[in-house]
Ligand binder design. Structure first.
Ligand SMILES: Cc1cc2nc3c(=O)[nH]c(=O)nc-3n(C[C@H](O)[C@H](O)[C@H](O)COP(=O)(O)O)c2cc1C
Length: 147
């Protein structure tokens, strides 16, 4: 079972969340790699069993520009074999809190085997650790079930 985290982050909040999630998968002995979206070869999607997407939100609840090619790639095919999760950080000051997580959720639900979503307020805090652990568990559970 091979997993990838593909994320984007400007000020570091989503990067920190990706790091924590990566650490938890590694502690459980899973084969996981982490890529900034700019460094992820889209053609390699087929080689993964699990894909975890991490995104901040910009504009008025929008997907960051650098994440759009990945979203388009997922929307252009059928990826039922792929267990997915989407996580993100946002700021509840904005009306569309973590809007980019919602946008990816909708794409992944239609095209992949979506297991779980996670929204965190800005930089992850101790209070978020329980929900982060649940996110990881949901992915592992789903990957243990044959599609
Ligand atoms: C111009 C701008 C627009 C934003 N719009 C939203 C938004 O619509 N919804 C939201 O939840 N957060 C919004 N945010 C907050 C960021 O998504 C949040 O700070 C996030 O944690 C940044 O992640 P990063 O540190 O990984 O770059 C916005 C931030 C900026 C600078």
């Amino acid at each position: 079972m091979k997993l990838a985290i593909v994320y984007s982050s400007i000020s570091g909040n989503t990067e920190e969340l990706a790091r924590i999630i990566m650490e938890q998968f590694k502690q459980k002995g899973l084969d996981i790699s982490c890529y900034r979206v700019e460094d992820f070869p889209l053609h390699s999607l087929l080689t993964f069993d699990g894909l975890l997407i991490g995104t901040y939100t910009w504009g008025d609840g929008e997907v960051p520009l650098e994440m759009v090619p990945l979203q388009a790639q997922l929307e252009s095919g059928s990826w039922e074999h792929l267990v997915t999760g989407v996580f993100g950080t946002g700021d509840s000051f904005y009306p569309k809190f973590c809007g980019a997580v919602n946008a990816f959720r909708d794409s992944l639900k239609e095209r992949t085997n979506l297991a779980v979503t996670l929204k965190v307020e800005l930089l992850p805090q101790d209070v978020d650790m329980g929900r982060i652990a649940t996110f990881v568990e949901r992915i592992i559970e789903r990957m243990s079930v044959p599609a």
